[in-house]
Structures are given as C-alpha cells and as structure tokens.
Design a protein around this ligand. Structure first.
Ligand SMILES: NC(=O)c1ccc[n+]([C@@H]2O[C@H](COP(=O)([O-])OP(=O)(O)OC[C@H]3O[C@@H](n4cnc5c(N)ncnc54)[C@H](OP(=O)(O)O)[C@@H]3O)[C@@H](O)[C@H]2O)c1
Length: 290
C-alpha cells in the first residue's frame, strides 16, 4: 500500500487518482473529518485522519505501507520539521521508498518554501531510506484561481511582470510521474525536474488562452500592495503572505522555468502543452455550464 500525505489537496488528489489508475492500493492522510467524508465519497482508498505535525499520527500511519508520497501542505511554516519527522517515521517503519514532492529550483534561498524543501531533500540523502525526489515547476492549474476573471472579464491579474517566463506543467503529468516512480523499481536515488513543454510569459499564456477560448484575454499587472489587500481578505497566514510576496518578487526578476526533456522521457509521450490544457479546461467549463 502507498501512503499519500496532504492527500485531500490539489496535488494529493491528482496523485491518488494516478496511483489508483495504476492499480495501486492507497492510504490517504487527510486533515479532518470533513475531508474524510469528501474523499471517501470520491476514492476507493484507506483514509486516515490526522495532523502531520503530530508525532503519534506519524508513528501509526505507516503500518503496512511499502512506499510514501510525501506532499507538504502549501506554504506551511513547519515544512522542514514536518519533512524531518516524516522521514524519521518512515525510516522506523522500514518502508521501501520515500518519494518527496519537492519543487523546481529548491536551491533558491530567497523563497522560503523552496529553501525548506531543499533541506528536506538534504535530509533524505543522509537518511539511509531509498528515496526519489520530484521537482515540479508551477502547475498549469494555478491559473484556475483566475478562471472566473478570465471567462467573465477577459483579464488575468498577476502581481509580477507579465513578461516573466515560466514553464507551467500539467498537474496530471506530474501525478502520472508520481505513480510511475512508485510502480517501477529503477527510480531510487533519482531527482527529476518536471517542467512543461513550453517556456511562456503570462503575456504569451494569455495569447494562447485567447485562441483556445475564442475571446481576447489581457494580462494586468497589479502591485504587491493591491495583492496584499486581496490576500488579507481571504485570510492568508503571515507566513504564506510573506512567502508568496518573496516568490512574486523572485518571479518578477528571474521568472521560474526549466527544460522539459526529463518529463517527456519519463512519460514516454509528449507532455501536455499549455494550448492543450487551455482547450481541455474550456471544454470542461462549457460542460459544467450545461
Ligand atoms: N502549486 C504549484 O504550482 C506547486 C508546484 C510545485 C510544488 N508545489 C508544492 O506542492 C505541495 C502541495 O501543494 P497543494 O497546492 O497541493 O497543497 P494543498 O492543496 O494546500 O493541499 C495540502 C493538503 O494538506 C492538508 N493539510 C494542511 N495542514 C495539514 C496538517 N497539519 N496535517 C495534515 N494535513 C494538512 C490541507 O488541508 P486544508 O485544506 O484543511 O489546509 C490540504 O488538504 C506544496 O508543498 C507546494 O509547495 C506546488
């Protein structure tokens, strides 16, 4: 059985779907009863409710597990200590493989959520556990938070330069690789950067979306102060807010992109292009409206 942590989240559910599609049995670690109820209505898996920061949860959740896919909650201040505790509990359980969901360019100290992931990677090197590390670029699906504005107003709002470059990757492709590395034996010790096939600015993504959707989409750069007001309205934690501001400043200066050969080789098919993603998302949107 494979344990997936952060399993009710965006990444977790994609990984669970891919593992189930590969015929694996899965245990999901979810945070609370509400997630338990929803996940058990969606997936045929074992589900454990527990807080990842609590040691007793980790000491029990590995029973009968052969491999873990560890996903730390997004922008969590204790990402490093959670990772270390997870590695320690996994080691005590004697499992065969620890797969860590890291991020592209974890070496960047200017972004705290990258730096914490790098320290978790470092701990894996010395843990003695057979490990595999995946380093995805930003997901194409991140743009879905702006989808309503895109469809209704024809606007994408970003708090950094619309010209900064990214290599958005389809979360489904990332999840397919997650399942692959857990189902094949020859990925132990590997670190894979997972980037989408197109290196694109937001401006170029808007042009592709315009074509896919059939309406003009514009990118509007908003100031960090404007973004902060919106973020406070949705109640982001101080750590999340500060980490995101640092991320936006980094993206503004340097972009966030890499090459896609590794992903293509692993999938043994072309990774999903941004145009394919946009067309599929638009179709899904139209079906949902019916
Ligand atoms: N988005 C990207 O483009 C991207 C790219 C590369 C890497 N990543 C990394 O992917 C990881 C996952 O991101 P995501 O967007 O999938 O996260 P997410 O949707 O927030 O999922 C995290 C899940 O963990 C749960 N959780 C939070 N705190 C917990 C705790 N103490 N114990 C147990 N469960 C807890 C959350 O529950 P609640 O909903 O109740 O909080 C949620 O279900 C992050 O580490 C992120 O840095 C993301």
């Amino acid at each position: 059985m494979i344990l997936v942590t952060g399993a009710a989240g965006k990444t977790g559910q994609a990984v669970v779907r891919a593992l189930l599609a590969n015929g694996q049995t899965v245990r999901m670690l979810v945070r609370n009863e509400t997630q338990l109820e929803l996940m058990s209505s969606l997936y045929d898996t074992d589900i454990v409710v527990g807080d990842m920061t609590v040691e007793s949860v980790l000491s029990n959740v590995f029973d009968g597990i052969r491999g873990v896919y560890h996903i730390c909650p997004n922008m969590h201040p204790d990402e490093l200590s959670i990772g270390l505790a997870m590695i320690s509990a996994a080691k005590n359980s004697g499992l065969n493989q620890f797969v860590f969901h890291s991020v592209l360019h974890p070496q960047v100290q200017a972004m705290p959520h990258h730096w914490q992931k790098m320290r978790v990677e470092e701990a894996l090197f010395t843990s003695g556990i057979p490990y595999t590390i995946l380093q995805p670029a930003a997901y194409m699906q991140n743009i879905l938070v702006e989808w309503q504005n895109i469809m209704q107003l024809g606007i994408i709002r970003v708090p950094y330069s619309p010209e900064s470059m990214g290599s958005p990757v389809d979360l489904k492709d990332v999840a397919d690789v997650a399942a692959l590395v857990l189902c094949e034996r020859d990925h132990i010790g590997a670190i894979y950067e997972l980037c989408g096939p197109d290196v694109l600015s937001y401006q170029e993504q808007a042009t592709i979306l315009s074509e896919a959707i059939g309406r003009s989409i514009y990118v509007e750069q908003i100031s960090l102060d404007e973004w902060k007001v919106q973020a406070n309205d949705v109640g982001l934690s101080t750590y999340s807010l500060e980490s995101l501001l640092k991320m936006f400043s980094y993206y503004d200066l340097y972009g966030f992109w890499g090459g896609s050969h590794v992903l293509r080789n692993l999938l043994q098919r072309p990774p999903t292009s941004f145009m394919e993603f946009a067309i599929n998302q638009n179709k899904k949107n139209q079906q949902d409206l019916l």
